[in-house]
Structure formats: structure tokens, C-alpha cells
Write a protein that binds this ligand. Structure first.
Ligand code: ADP
Ligand code: ASP
Ligand code: MG
Length: 412
């Protein structure tokens, strides 16, 4: 007997029919003698609709009320899943975040999980092996007693945190693909499914744009040692495939130099032209951005012909682009630049692999391959196990496919 957490994402619970199919996967595990907690997302498209309603109600809506609204999508699916399971003769009940409780920080809209109390769910396991159907994406702030949500894609994090809290043997993330691929299979049909991927690489892939798992879910899986699988709810419930295991680097026998390619459209570029080249200028630019909670990612500085001024280019999240520009315009007197330029039609393409630690020249090969395709690189960053390039968004697919082939990742 094992204790499992089974998470079903939006597409896997998109209709009552899909919920019934997901329930068959649950039934299989229950009948195998396991204790099961299920975590569900909202029906696909539902959260977007709820977010849009908040914006329609007031452009600068209150974040706590936003959480009240968007958390409702998961409440519907947890109730429906419990109804379907009971109809199949399986003891089950729904649990909202506040009922479990899953305690979150008070950062409304992107709360962190601070604690999970699994006692009530475990009592149900002990009583009659009752399946706990939990709403993902939501928790409660202990002091204010208000509902909080965990940021988009947060049900993955609910599932892994619940698995850690319940000391589960495994967390299965059921989605619309049968595992983690070398890149998004919707962009590259030749992408290959991996049997295993290391925590470190998955963390980088998720934070560089592979939305198959929310970044925080991978962090928790890694630090709390939760064996986590990504697998398909579209498989035959009687005969499923195991999917991709997220595990330690040492557990992977055949390591590639590059394991995956990720891309993110959530990045915008800002360039300050002809900034006075003197000590303190970087602080004058990036200090106010940091104070405004705007994350700066890539930075490049180019000394211009006159030796007295410099051009500084950097990227910020697309959502913060307008705010960053306005802020820098308001600091024109202290920073003294000649012109501010920006672009939002850019994409960041990244290659990830622990093998980069021990191999030189991995990024250089990419620069050459992209140049041969006529793709101009606007900015570059590198770190121990990844490098990223910023390019025009129009070349996204070409660039991802080029790098995917270059590093030998194409299937068959
Ligand atoms: P869910 O609703 O189940 O949470 P998501 O849409 O959040 O599902 O995540 C699954 C999607 O992630 C897939 O349909 C796929 O297009 C995308 N994806 C991006 N990168 C990858 C990758 N490297 N491997 C697998 N899927 C990926
Ligand atoms: N329903 C939420 C979202 O769409 C959480 C999730 O699906 O993981 O972001
Ligand atoms: Mg998701």
C-alpha cells in the first residue's frame, strides 16, 4: 500500500466527461489498495475567465478580492470530482484550501505555501480510505483568515506541497502531455519525451518558460524529496504509462550536454541610449527598478564611440514593461540618458543541461547556428547549467527548432 497525491490540470478536468475519465485513474489507484489525495485545477479556460471578470469590474482591483474570485474555479471541480467518485462507489469528499488547511503567505495573487496540515485528510484515510479531493491553487492566510491563491499554474505546487505534508510516497501530475519533453512538443513535433529529468534542470526549464510545471512545485519536490512524475490523463486508465520522473542528477545514467530548450515570451527589452559613462550609473538605473519590485534579467552595456557615454540594454517581465519605462522616464534628470527605446516583440530562448558544467563552447555553437539562419541576438546571459539569448519573437519557432536539432535532441 502506498500514499499518493494525484493532480489533474485544467484540460484533464475540462468537462464532466473528462472528470469522469480522471476519476477512473483515481479508481485504479484506490483499487490497488492505495491511500489517495486528489488535487484538481479549475476547468480549462475558467481561471482566465475569472481573471478577466476582475479586470472588467475594476482595472485596479483589490488583490484579496481577486483571490476570492479566482479560487472559485477549483471549488467547482473539487466538488464535481467528489460527486463522480462517490457515484463510482468510492468514498470521497472535497476539501477547500482553508478546510485542509493549506496555509499561505499574505502575498495575494502569488502566495507561498508556509504550512500544510494533513491531519484531517489522514483521519479520512484511517477511517475508510476516503479519497480527499482538494482544490488546488488556493490556501488561507492564517492571521487574516482570507483566501489566497498561489500564482498561475499553482495547482502543481498545491499537489507537491500536499504530498510533502502527507508524507506521500509519490506525487503524480496528470496533464495533457505524457511527460516532460526536450522542449514544448506543441512547437517542436520532434521533441522527445524524457524518462527522467533532474531537479536542477527541471527548475531551470520551468523558470525559463516551460510551463508544464510551476517553478515552486519543483523547488518543493527538490527540497522535500517528493518523488514527482509528470504523466498523461489521456492514457487508458487501465493501462497507463509512468511518465517522466523528476529526480536527482545521480539517478540519470545517460546524461546529455544539453537536455532541454525552453522559451519565454514574458520578457521585454529596454535600452537606454547614450548614458553618461561614470561610476554609479548602473546603481542609478537598477536601484529604482529594484525598489519598485521590478525584476531585471539580462543586462548588457556597450561603450559607444565617443568613450563618454554608454548604451545599456536589459530585460524586464512584459507585465512590468510600461511601469519600468515610466519609472525611468521620471528619473531622466538623475540618470541623464539621451533616449529610451523598448521592444516587447522579443522572446528569450534558453538551453539547459547539467553537462554544460564540464563542457566548454556549448553556447558558442548556438550563436553560430542562429547566425547561419539570419537570426540576430539582442542579448545573452549564461550561468552554470544554462544560457539564454534574446531574439525577435518572429523567429521563435525557427530558433527553438534550430537549437533542438543542433544539440541532438530531435526524436528518431
Ligand atoms: P495543466 O493544465 O495540466 O496544468 P499546462 O498547460 O499547465 O497543463 O502544462 C502542460 C503543457 O505544457 C503542455 O500541453 C505543453 O504544451 C507545455 N509544455 C511546455 N514545455 C514543455 C515540455 N518541455 N514538456 C512537456 N510539456 C511542455
Ligand atoms: N487554475 C489555475 C490557473 O489556471 C491553477 C492551475 O491550473 O494550476 O492558473
Ligand atoms: Mg499547469
Amino acid at each position: 500500500m502506498a500514499r499518493l497525491v494525484m493532480k489533474f490540470g485544467g484540460t484533464s478536468v475540462a468537462t464532466v466527461e473528462r472528470i469522469k475519465n480522471a476519476a477512473r485513474h483515481v479508481k485504479r489507484e484506490v483499487e490497488a489498495g492505495n491511500e489517495v489525495a486528489v488535487v484538481v485545477s479549475a476547468m480549462s479556460g475558467k481561471t482566465n475567465e475569472l481573471v478577466a471578470w476582475c479586470k472588467e469590474a475594476a482595472p485596479l482591483y483589490d488583490q484579496a478580492e481577486y483571490d476570492t474570485v479566482v479560487a472559485s474555479g477549483e471549488q467547482v471541480t473539487s466538488g464535481l470530482m467528489a460527486i463522480v467518485l462517490r457515484e463510482m462507489g468510492i468514498p470521497a469528499r472535497s476539501w477547500q484550501g482553508w478546510q485542509i488547511p493549506i496555509y499561505g503567505s499574505d502575498a495575494h495573487g502569488s502566495a507561498r505555501i508556509v504550512d500544510v496540515d494533513g491531519a484531517g485528510i489522514i483521519a479520512g484515510f484511517d477511517r475508510n480510505r476516503e479519497v480527499a479531493v482538494c482544490s488546488g491553487f488556493q490556501g488561507v492566510h492564517a492571521e487574516s483568515r482570507r483566501i489566497v491563491t498561489l500564482g498561475r499554474g499553482g495547482s502543481d505546487t498545491s499537489a507537491v506541497a500536499l504530498a510533502a505534508g502527507l508524507k506521500a510516497d509519490r506525487c503524480d501530475i496528470y496533464t495533457d502531455v505524457d511527460g516532460v519533453y526536450t522542449t514544448d512538443p506543441r512547437i517542436v513535433p520532434k521533441a522527445r519525451r524524457m524518462n527522467k529529468v533532474s531537479f536542477e534542470e527541471m527548475l531551470e526549464m520551468a523558470s525559463l518558460g516551460s510551463k508544464v510545471l510551476q517553478v515552486r512545485s519543483v523547488e518543493i519536490a527538490m527540497t522535500q524529496r517528493v518523488p514527482t512524475y509528470v504523466r498523461s490523463s489521456f492514457d487508458d486508465p487501465e493501462n497507463p504509462n509512468p511518465g517522466t520522473l523528476i529526480c536527482d542528477e545521480d539517478d540519470i545514467v545517460e546524461q546529455q550536454i544539453v537536455t532541454g530548450i525552453a522559451f519565454s515570451r514574458d520578457e521585454a527589452q529596454i535600452t537606454l541610449r547614450r548614458v553618461a559613462d561614470k561610476p554609479g550609473v548602473a546603481a542609478a538605473i537598477f536601484g529604482p527598478l529594484a525598489d519598485a519590485n521590478i525584476n531585471v534579467d539580462m543586462i548588457i552595456q556597450v561603450v559607444s564611440d565617443d568613450q563618454a557615454t554608454t548604451d545599456i540594454t536589459f530585460t524586464v517581465p512584459t507585465a512590468d514593461y510600461e511601469r519600468a519605462r515610466t519609472l525611468l522616464e521620471s528619473k531622466h534628470d538623475t540618470i541623464s540618458y539621451q533616449e529610451i527605446q523598448g521592444a516587447t516583440d522579443v522572446v528569450k530562448i534558453s538551453a539547459i543541461g547539467v553537462g554544460m558544467r564540464s563542457h566548454a563552447g556549448v553556447a558558442a555553437r548556438a550563436f553560430r547556428a542562429l547566425a547561419e539562419k539570419g537570426i540576430n541576438i539582442r542579448a545573452i546571459t549564461t550561468s552554470e547549467i544554462k544560457f539564454s539569448v534574446l531574439i525577435d519573437a518572429a523567429y521563435t519557432e525557427l530558433a527553438v527548432r534550430t537549437l533542438h536539432s543542433l544539440y541532438g535532441l530531435d526524436a528518431g
